[in-house]
Design a protein around this ligand. Sequence first.
Ligand SMILES: Nc1ncnc2c1ncn2[C@@H]1O[C@H](COP(=O)(O)OP(=O)(O)OP(=O)(O)O)[C@@H](O)[C@H]1O
Ligand SMILES: [Mg+2]
Length: 308
Amino acid sequence: MTGPLFETMYETFYNLAGPPFHNTPNSRFFFETEQHKEALAKLEYTVRNRRGFALITGDIGSGKTTLSRTLISRLGQDAKTAVINNTRVSSQQLLELIASEFGIENSVAGDKVKLLTSIKQFVTHQHTMDRAVVVIIDEGQCLTIDEFEEIRLLTNLETEAHKLVQLLILGQPELRQTLRHPRLAPLIQRIVMYMHLKPMSFEDMTRYIAFRLVRASKGRPNVDFSREALRMIYARSEGVPRVVNLVCDNALLVGYSRNTQMVDSQVVDAAITQMLPNLDLESTDQFGEVGGPAADMLEEELDHGRRL
Ligand SMILES: Nc1ncnc2c1ncn2[C@@H]1O[C@H](COP(=O)(O)OP(=O)(O)OP(=O)(O)O)[C@@H](O)[C@H]1O
Ligand SMILES: [Mg+2]
C-alpha cells in the first residue's frame, strides 16, 4: 500500500479532512497554550508599537518557528517580514539575505554601504506607509558574534519615538550563551521582550491533542484517547509538541490498522515501540552556570524584558 493512500484511509476512518499531527509549523494549527498565547501577544505588541527587539528561546520542538509563523500571519498586510533560517552565512551575506527577503534589488550586493543605504530607504518608505518592518532570525543559536553585531546596525534605524526595524530572534537555549559575550552588550540592552518556551503541561497537551483533531476534522473527529493513553503520551513526549505529534500520528496509524477508534494504552504502547528510541538528548540549557559581568547584565536585561 502506498503512503498517501494509507494516509487518506486513516483520515477517512477517523472522519478527518487532513493529517492532524503533521510536524510542520502551520499557523492554522497553532494552539494557544498559556505561554504560547502570552508570547504571541507580547510579540505582536512589540511589533505594533515599534518597540524594537524581542528574543524567544526554547528547547528543540517547543514551538518557536510555529510561533513566528503565526505572528506573521497575524500581522498580515501591516508588516513586511524577512525570515532568515539559513544562518550559516557570512555577516555580509546576512545583510544581503535580509535585503533580498524584502525584495530589495540585488545590484547593491557586495557593497555594504550601498546595501545599508538601500535597506534604510526601504525601511523609511515602509514607515511612511505605516507598515512595520520585521526581521525574524530563526535558529539564532547558529549565529556568530560577528553576525549579531551586523544585525545591530539594523536596530540603529530609528526615529525619535520608534524603532524602525523590529527584530525577533528565536533560538535554542544555548543562544543565551552567545548573547552573554561582552561585545554584544549594546545589543542585549535593546531587548524589550524575552520569553523562554517550556514544554506543555499535561492539561495543555490534552487540550492540544483535542484541538488538532478538531482542526483537522470534517466536523467531529471519530476518535477517542483514553486517560491512560494520554498519560503515556505525556511520559514519552515530556510535553514537547513535536514529539506529541509523532506519538499521536503513530498511535492513529496503529488504531487504524487494528480497526479501533479508541486510542488506549495498548495502542499507544505499540505506537511508542515503533518509534525511534529516546536518544536521551541532554538538555543544552546551561543558563546560570556561567558567571561574569556580561552574564549578570544579560540576566538583568532579560528580567527587564519579562516586565514588558
Ligand atoms: N502552539 C502550537 N500549536 C500547534 N502546534 C505546535 C505548537 N507548538 C509547536 N507545535 C508543533 O510542534 C512542531 C514543532 O514546533 P516548531 O517547529 O515550531 O519548534 P521549534 O521550537 O521551532 O523547534 P526547533 O528548535 O527544532 O527549530 C511543529 O511542527 C508544530 O506542528
Ligand atoms: Mg524551529
